[in-house]
Design a protein around this ligand. Sequence first.
Ligand code: RP5
Length: 177
Amino acid sequence: MAKTTKAKKASPSPKVLILMGSDSDLPIMEEVSKVFDGFGIPYEMTVSSAHRTPERTLKIAGGAAERGIKIIIAGAGAAAHLAGFIASQTTLPVIGIPIDATPMRGLDALLATVQMPGGVPVATMAIGKAGAKNAGLFASEILALSDKRLANKLVLDRQAQAAKVEEKAKKLDDARQ
Ligand code: RP5
């Protein structure tokens, strides 16, 4: 089994594995864990690099299904091969988050993550924080297919978002009267 002793564990039976290429990715990847904390979804989170620690990444990704992980989320910047490399080691759904870490402002990571060859999919989100948040929500939607309570929480979250927009529209209307 992969050595993930430093992984942040929110529960003894994590459903999602969150990986990032470097600790410099953490401020972005915390947007993923915030979503899971909010919905009460257990996860584990650690650093592993496709380029700097390929064997560690291989062990963690290859052993994920055996540990009961249902979905893997991978965020990386630069020539971001992390999500694709993980996808090559497992048939679990892999969600990729391109991170802005170079003068190319994440476009490099976006293309490296999204342009997978046919046969080995990576569900690629937007660059940066929005992508990380959506990765958390997308993973939650997958888990909600077999979890009615979680499905209800997702509906409530959408309703709360709509209520916020109504509130903002009202504020603007009031200010302009
Ligand atoms: C990628 O290189 C990491 O995912 C990170 O986004 C980027 C820079 O890594 P550090 O040099 O900050 O460790 O592999």
